[in-house]
Write a protein that binds this ligand. Structure first.
Ligand code: HEC
Ligand code: HEC
Ligand code: HEC
Ligand code: HEC
Length: 176
């Protein structure tokens, strides 16, 4: 079958899109997201996160309980420098300036933001996704994302009931 130019362009796009999706985007940190996601009308995502345990996930690694766990596991240095611990307690990406002290932050769940945080991009969901914004098809997909860290590899793992764990960190935009 003869292909039209339009069809050829579609084929080319199909080949290119996976590359875009897997491209490494740089991290920008919580402040950059918070500047647009903090008002009451928007849903106060920044304040909700600041009060959550996720914000203190790095600090936890500097405490006595973490030191005890690390020692029992035979980790030589401090837990706050061990990649076995940092993996779930911070963003350890080497792209851009992710500040590990921010612990589990917006971009841990939503994807590195450098290429989607601009207003013009954020406003058009498809473009934001192309820029690295991670979106979820349904509740099961969200739960699977949580379980990348909330699983048996955590030395202090507790059973993960999604509804119970989502409630304290929910940060929905209020209906207009
Ligand atoms: C310049 C302002 C701005 C910045 C900076 C910004 N956003 Fe947004 N964001 C928006 C706007 C506008 C929307 C569209 C929905 C709305 O109006 O609330 C949006 C939507 C979203 C959504 C909902 C997407 C969907 O449709 O499911 C998420 C999640 C999100 N932003 C996360 C982030 C994260 C994480 C960062 C930091 C990396 C960030 N945003 C930075 C303005 C911004
Ligand atoms: C990048 C890893 C990571 C992801 C992804 C993640 N968490 Fe967490 N979460 C943690 C860590 C680490 C802690 C412990 C923080 C501390 O106490 O220092 C934690 C703590 C919590 C807590 C507070 C303690 C508790 O167990 O009640 C809640 C609630 C929670 N997470 C809910 C969620 C939910 C819901 C999701 C998915 C929407 C999620 N988390 C995704 C790493 C993660
Ligand atoms: C532990 C993971 C996690 C963290 C941390 C997190 N989010 Fe989310 N966020 C989610 C999930 C899951 C949703 C729901 C997506 C859905 O329903 O499809 C969501 C929804 C949103 C929405 C859409 C709200 C709506 O109702 O339209 C915005 C905006 C948003 N997050 C911004 C942020 C910002 C800004 C931060 C940091 C200050 C942040 N999030 C931190 C997991 C997280
Ligand atoms: C697979 C992801 C993961 C890894 C790896 C991980 N953690 Fe955690 N950590 C979590 C989560 C999730 C929580 C929240 C509690 C829970 O549900 O497990 C947590 C909570 C904690 C807490 C607070 C527990 C409490 O009850 O006060 C400490 C302390 C801790 N982790 C230390 C460590 C240390 C030290 C290491 C490295 C040896 C480590 N973690 C590795 C995911 C992880």
């Amino acid at each position: 079958m003869k292909r039209t130019l339009g069809q050829l362009a579609l084929v080319a796009a199909a080949v290119l899109v996976p590359n875009l999706a897997s491209a490494q985007h740089a991290y920008v940190g919580v402040k950059a997201c918070g500047m647009c996601h903090k008002s009451e009308a928007k849903g106060q995502q920044l304040a909700i996160w600041e009060k959550s345990k996720h914000a203190g996930a790095f600090t936890t690694l500097t405490g006595p309980k973490a030191a005890e766990i690390a020692k029992a596991k035979g980790i030589a240095g401090p837990a706050s420098e061990a990649k076995e611990c940092l993996a779930c307690h911070t963003i350890t990406g080497d792209v851009g300036a992710a500040d590990p002290k921010q612990g589990v932050q917006c971009e841990s769940c939503h994807g590195a933001g450098a290429d989607y945080k601009a207003m013009g991009v954020m406003k058009v969901r498809d473009n934001a996704v192309k820029g690295g914004l991670v979106v979820f098809a349904d509740k099961a997909a969200i739960e699977a994302m949580c379980k990348k860290c909330h699983n048996e590899k955590s030395p202090t793992a507790k059973p993960f009931n999604f509804d119970e764990r989502w409630a304290p960190i929910a940060h929905k935009k209020p209906a207009a």
